[in-house]
Design a protein. Structure first.
Length: 63
């Protein structure tokens, strides 16, 4: 655990100051195929609610 972002014991961490853009990209990002994304702030995982609710991004629609 040497920097502000990375993995420790296989679990991601991010200790940078929180930004609205990063929070949105982790909590609501239909273009990200992952259901569980690295936490926007802290150690562990957040839920990508766009994927949880079945939303698909632009790339998935063939646009």
């Amino acid at each position: 655990m040497g920097g502000k972002t990375g993995k420790f014991l296989g679990i991601p961490y991010d200790w940078r100051p929180l930004t609205g853009e990063r929070l949105k990209s982790r909590w609501w990002n239909p273009d990200d195929p992952r259901l569980f994304t690295p936490k926007a702030l802290g150690w562990g995982f957040d839920v990508n609610f766009a994927r949880l609710l079945g939303r698909k991004g632009k790339d998935s629609e063939g646009v």
